[in-house]
Design a protein around this ligand. Sequence first.
Ligand SMILES: [Zn+2]
Length: 138
Amino acid sequence: MSNTSAAPGTAKISTFVLLIVLIVLALSIAALGLAVNAFLAEEGTLAAYLLAIGAIAMTLSVYVLLQSRRHVANIKIANPAMMTTIECRKCGVKNVREFQRGDYVFKELEPCQKCPDTKLMITTIYKEIKEKEKPSQF
Ligand SMILES: [Zn+2]
């Protein structure tokens, strides 16, 4: 994987999950093949069992595959919010709000509520990286 922006652990885990999914998928295909064989050999009960095992395994692996894909997509979609820190140079009051169009560092805004002769100023603009809750599985 060439995606360097992902956390080092993430790529490893998804590769591991992918490997398991591929193994389970291969086993389910084998089970379905055996089910066909059993059906042709008129082993109806065995065929039904193998068919059920194959179907469950395949559903499970496809489900896990979709889940892990969606997880990766979530990480990509979740853009860190841009935040703007506004400060009063006189009394030091600090406010943080979401970035608004036209914000830039050292931009002067409305006067401070406490000190009407001093204007509030944007001191920092930063990206807020929200900590996502860690996946409970794997
Ligand atoms: Zn002030």
